[in-house]
Each structure stands twice: as structure tokens, then as C-alpha cells.
Design a protein around this ligand. Sequence first.
Ligand code: NAP
Length: 308
Amino acid sequence: MVILLGSEGYIGKEFQNQLEELGVETYCLFAYNYNYYELDTLKQVLYEKKPEFLINCDAYAGDGNIDNCEDNQDKTTRVNVSLVQTISKACLMMGVPWGHVSSGSIYDGEPPAANGFIEEDMPNFSFTLGNGNHYSMSKAKAEEVIAHTGGDYYIWRLKLPFDEYDCNTNLLSKLMHSNMNLDANNSISHKGDFVKYCLTLWQTKADFGIYNVVNSGPISTKEITDKINKILTIDKNFVFFENQDQAFKLGALRAQRSSAVLDNSKLRKAIHPKRVRNASKAIEASLKQWREKEQDKDVNGIPKSFWD
Ligand SMILES: NC(=O)c1ccc[n+]([C@@H]2O[C@H](COP(=O)([O-])OP(=O)(O)OC[C@H]3O[C@@H](n4cnc5c(N)ncnc54)[C@H](OP(=O)(O)O)[C@@H]3O)[C@@H](O)[C@H]2O)c1
């Protein structure tokens, strides 16, 4: 049995669905049933359920906008760092291997090596270096806490998730529904691919540790918006900020955003290179199967938000 935290979230639901498809018994743990912020409570759950693995998708990401994490710093730290510390301690003490969903947003800018940031690179999106936001800081701190505790764990780094279903968390939806966007080169993670790759790492007993779980190859925001226009045959005039400073001046952003390319060689080596899809191909496939939220369409079948 697998214990899953955060099963009602964007990524957690996908874990639940794929675990069910694989026939893996899953026990979803909810904060309203158990106060698993308490170490003894969580240890007791692990003792009673005897899971073979635990997956943590719990997080506070500002309800879809990390700007809100700046206003709720205590909550962000409590869920993203303190809870992770409790989980890591409980899993270590009870001998339960586990997987934690982290974020590629702990990196920004030019990586030291040509193919992107590798797993061992120190997070460089931090207040101490004059950039950073509270959400990214909390995700970097959680990785530090897990490594410090030790035990058998995977840290799976997700970046800018998307798939074919229109929703507030989907990168494609965010780009389509925003009036202005930031252009940058990034790594991205197809949601279904991400979860499939994470579960493959666990099921094939890949070495524990950190993995950049992103699709192969960098992609720029402009490349994605061009594909949106071409594949969805819409003719939206995507407008871009000149830079983050302009976005701040216009009041569109309050927290600094990071952009970075992550090297996924370790993942490809662990689960076989051919299994990891190219980012550009994954975007195209999602757009070809694009499913808008029904209520968002106008009489001509065009998403209402398209005209915002
Ligand atoms: N979405 C992204 O763009 C993105 C990018 C990179 C990394 N990630 C990481 O991916 C993981 C999953 O994120 P997501 O996109 O699935 O987020 P999400 O949709 O907001 O889901 C977060 C989950 O955490 C739970 N949660 C929130 N506050 C909690 C609290 N105080 N105590 C316990 N549980 C709480 C939520 O439960 P309720 O629904 O009951 O509130 C929900 O199940 C997180 O680690 C996140 O940092 C996300």
C-alpha cells in the first residue's frame, strides 16, 4: 500500500489516478482526518497502515499564485518546510521509503553547465543572492531538511506543469488566460509524464535521491504561444513584458519569478532515454487534444477568457 498526501491537488490527483491504474492500493491521508503535523500521529499512521511507500504532494503555493505566499509566509513555511520535516523524520523512524514533490523554481538563470542545472547544483534563487520568493525559498529549504534527515527518499523536481485539460494550474491555460506574459527559456513537466516517471523510478527501484523530472529540452514562452496559435488555430496577440521590472512596475507581479533549464540526464539514464518525451512534442500533443472548460466557451466555441 502507498500513502498519498495531497491527493486532492493538481499533481496529487494524477498520482492517485495512475496508482489506481497500476493496481496499487492507495490510502489518501487528509489533514482533517489526522493531525499528521504531529510526528507521533504520523508515526502511528505509518505503524498501523504499514505502507511500502509514501508520496507527499501537500504544499501551499498561494492558491495558484505564488504572490500570495508572500502574504502568507508562515503558512507557506508550515506546509512546505515544517510538515516536510515531520514526514521525513517519521519515514526515517518507521523505515518507510518515500517520494517528495519539489520544484525546479529553486533555480534561476544561466546554469553552470551547458545542458542545464543538474541535481547537485546548489539552489540559486534565494533572498541571500538578491532574488527569490518565499515559495521557492520554502521548496529549497525542504530539500535541505530532507537531505539532513536522511533515509530512503526521492526528491522529484517538477517545473511548470501542463497537460491537455484547461485549468488554473496548467501552464498552457495560464499563458492563454493572461493579458501579458514573461518570455523565458524553461524546462517544463507534462503532468502525466511527470507522475509516470516518478512512479517508474519507485517501481524499478532506481537509486534514491534527487531527480529533475522534466521533459527533455528547453522551450521558450514564445515557442509555446506560437504553438498555441498554430495548433488551436486562434490568432491571439500574445503580449510580453520587456522584463520582470516592467511586470513589477505595472503591478502584474509582486514576487520575483525564476526561469531555468534543468538537465534531466539522470532521469533519462534511470528509466531509459526513450521513455522521456521531448518538451516540444509534449506541448504539441497536449494542444492537439486540448479540452477547454465547457463553461468558459462563448457561442462560437471560443474560450471567453480569450477575449479578456
Ligand atoms: N503547480 C505547479 O505549478 C507546481 C510547480 C512546481 C512544483 N509544484 C509542487 O507540486 C506539488 C503539488 O502541487 P499542486 O500543484 O498539486 O498544488 P495544489 O493543487 O495546490 O495541491 C496542494 C495539496 O496540498 C494540500 N494542502 C494545502 N494546504 C495544506 C495544509 N495547510 N496542510 C495540509 N495539506 C495542505 C491541498 O489540500 P486541499 O486541497 O485540501 O487544500 C492539496 O491537496 C507541491 O509540492 C508543489 O510545490 C507545483
